[in-house]
Design a protein around this ligand. Structure first.
Ligand SMILES: Nc1nc2c(c(=O)[nH]1)N[C@H]1C(S)=C(S)[C@@H](COP(=O)(O)O)O[C@H]1N2
Ligand SMILES: [Mo]
Length: 390
């Protein structure tokens, strides 16, 4: 895997590393013919590859592992993965929400030296996850990547608290908004250049649990996941966690970007991810008849822990509780998902529909039907997963 990744990376020809490349990358660039948009290997056994995006296959998830290995994590790029030399990278923190609006510039090495390291386990999920079920399950047409349920993972992020950095940078008490800006190429859609990927968020979230992360599961971030530095807003929709972070603007007025007004908005900017569940099974899985089979899956919520998971094997007529696993050693810190097992006893041969419905600690439950919206966000309905018992 490692050598495949290196091979694939070494065939890339980026003009120059680091700040110069990042500056160049800011110009709207046409896709380079043959150049991959995602740099890590996304083999078909592990991923469904959509080009600039790739989702994890749930049947490839190892039920014995709580965290998603970085090599297995979904990728969602608006353009393509830039390679940024950490030696040439620095984060600019600026804006009228700081005592000195000119702010400061910090390398990742500065961040590591100056601030306390933290680790936060959180679900990382694209808010379009599950989008394809708007059409296949609800007969509705929406636009965007036709994800099944694999645009999600749970990882341990290593980094520093954004709060510590903003306090050090002299955040004013009347600051209201922070906006992270990515160093990937400008996003051009239907001939319109929308500029670099960026999204504002309230200062309350910045001072609560937001992170500046350089690591995942104890490894350095891969380029595809935002190296050398990304924002992480635990529990919030994926777009909130800006990759390849180049600057942070701290503002005394509300900022906007197309990523909170035009996209990722349903009657207001989307924030916390809903409740979802997935079976660790292929679509149309074959299940052996006439014996007990332990089926496994996971449920998660952007708002926090899962308190209950119910399953149905008869298309929703009857439900029973799945066994939700105790938190992994050391507790379930932050916003990780819950694993569960459902012992299916002696199913008779035939076609079945499996359903899993989770409820979180705030009492939010997955509905039977998700509320449709033009861009297909927040598909949180119980997914009808077909299997064949033979
Ligand atoms: N700079 C930048 N940040 C970004 C994006 C992007 O295209 N550019 N995509 C966003 C979206 S929509 C999602 S779901 C997550 C995906 O993170 P991942 O590719 O590391 O899984 O990153 C977010 N941050
Ligand atoms: Mo996303």
């Amino acid at each position: 895997m490692e050598s495949a990744r290196l091979r694939r990376r070494s065939v890339l020809t980026f003009p120059a590393a680091g700040a110069a490349a990042a500056a160049l990358a800011r110009l709207a660039q046409p896709a380079v013919a043959g150049a991959p948009n995602i740099l890590k290997p996304v083999p078909p056994a592990l991923f469904t590859d959509f080009g600039t995006n790739a989702e994890m296959r749930w049947e490839s998830v190892d039920p014995r592992r709580y965290l998603t290995p970085q090599g297995r994590l979904f990728v969602r790029n608006h353009t393509r993965t830039p390679v940024i030399d950490p030696a040439d990278h620095a984060l600019r923190v600026h804006g009228d929400g700081l005592a000195d609006p000119a702010g400061a510039t910090l390398t990742v090495a500065d961040l590591r030296r100056r601030f306390r390291d933290v680790e936060v386990v959180s679900v990382h999920e694209c808010t379009g996850n599950g989008r394809s079920y708007f059409s296949s399950q609800q007969g509705q047409t929406v636009s965007g990547t036709g994800w099944r349920l694999g645009a999600v993972g749970t990882v341990a992020w290593q980094g520093v608290r954004l709060r510590d950095v903003l306090e050090w940078a002299g955040i004013r008490p009347d600051a209201v908004c922070v906006q992270g800006v990515g160093l990937d190429p400008d996003y051009v859609d239907k001939g319109v250049n929308h500029g670099p990927v960026r999204r504002p968020f309230p200062v309350a979230k910045a001072l609560d649990d937001a992170l500046l992360a350089w690591g995942v599961n104890g490894e350095p971030l891969l380029p595809d996941h935002g190296a050398p530095l990304r924002l992480v807003l635990p529990g919030w929709i994926g777009i909130a966690s800006i990759k390849w972070l180049g600057s942070l603007e701290v503002s005394r007025t509300e900022l906007t970007s197309p990523w909170n007004t035009r996209w990722y908005n349903i009657d207001g900017p989307l924030t916390v991810n809903p409740v979802r569940s997935a079976w660790e099974l292929p679509w149309d899985a074959r299940v052996p008849a006439g014996r007990k089979v332990d089926l496994t899956g996971r449920s998660w919520s952007g708002a926090g822990p899962i308190s209950r998971v119910e399953v149905s094997v008869d298309g929703g007529s009857t439900w029973s509780d799945a066994r939700v696993h105790p938190a992994p050693a050391g507790g379930r810190p932050g916003h990780g998902w819950s694993q569960w097992t459902f012992p299916w006893r002696d199913p008779a041969p035939g076609a079945y529909v499996l359903q899993a419905r989770a409820t979180d600690a705030w009492g939010r439950t997955q509905p039977d039907v998700a509320a449709v919206n033009p861009n297909g966000y927040f598909f949180d309905a119980v997914v009808r997963h077909p299997v064949q018992v033979a």
